[in-house]
Design a binder for this molecule. Sequence first.
Ligand SMILES: [Zn+2]
Length: 97
Amino acid sequence: MPRRESKDAPELLRGTLFTLRRRCGKANCRCAEGDAHESPALAYPEGGRTKTLSLTHADLDQVRAALERYERTRSALDASADAGIAELRALLRRGRS
Ligand SMILES: [Zn+2]
């Protein structure tokens, strides 16, 4: 299978990777008695609910990378917002004295 071009991969993703286990419902399938089918999946928030997307193992690297980019971006944004609070606090202090 050809590796997907990085331009097709999402830049940012929010959510958590987990293993989806399901039984396909076919009576003669191994999953009816034994282990359920497993596939990687992404749980992500949308409209206040958690939704899931099943993935292939080929998707995993790119999904992980986009999740990490999201965490890094969010950390940077939080750090900027914290600095903003410190600036606001200093401004208010100056205004009062
Ligand atoms: Zn099955």
